[in-house]
Design a protein around this ligand. Structure first.
Ligand code: GRF
Length: 186
């Protein structure tokens, strides 16, 4: 299967997917990185790995429909079957859902439906929960609302802070996401 990864930031999950392919644990072709932040480290990772990328700036388009049409063109040119969101900070609109709904997944740093949206890790710290975690889910038009595919819990210590929880969650994500993709696609 041909996948595209969408990212807006560091892209450590993107890297975990790349590494899982390289080590033979994940059997997909990473055809394209889609990124809405020209300066994101994810773009450098794609360069290093010689993965084609489509980098865009949303405000250079008149609407979400227009930039998603541009994304769609790149997906089709690269024969992408499946979309993996990895820290992509935009809601997927009707243009992409129309073509790919049921074939788009996301990873979110909480046990959904708890703490949807931005800063799920900060929300968990503020709520003083003892357990949070990671969710992989299908993407629909809502914010972190699609059907859940897999979840893994992470325990919080009494002195947990945003940085320490983020590190714990990333460690779980980097194992879980490639494993879920492999299960779904091969
Ligand atoms: C991850 O924690 C993911 O759950 C969330 O965004 C973060 C992306 O991190 N959706 P990275 O860019 O993969 O390092």
């Amino acid at each position: 299967k041909n996948i595209a990864v969408f990212a807006s930031g560091s892209g450590s999950n993107f890297q975990a997917i790349i590494d899982a392919v390289k080590s033979g644990k994940l059997h997909v072709n990473i055809k394209l990185l889609v990124c809405d932040k020209p300066g994101a480290f994810a773009v450098e990772r794609a360069n290093t790995e010689n993965i084609p990328r489509f980098v865009f700036t949303a405000k250079n388009y008149n609407s979400k429909v227009e930039y998603e049409e541009d994304i769609l063109r790149h997906l089709k040119n690269n024969e992408v079957d499946f979309i993996v969101l990895a820290g992509y900070m935009r809601l997927i609109g009707s243009t992409l859902l129309g073509e790919y709904e049921g074939r788009i997944i996301n990873i979110h740093p909480s046990l959904l439906p708890a703490f949807p949206g931005k800063d799920a890790i900060g929300q968990a710290i503020d709520a003083k929960v003892k357990v949070s975690g990671v969710t992989v889910h299908y993407v629909d038009a809502g914010m972190d609302t699609g059907p859940i595919i897999a979840q893994k819990a992470v325990e919080l210590s009494d002195d947990e802070n945003i940085e320490s929880l983020q590190e714990k969650i990333h460690r779980v994500e980097h194992e879980l996401y490639p494993a879920v993709i492999e299960k779904l696609l091969s």
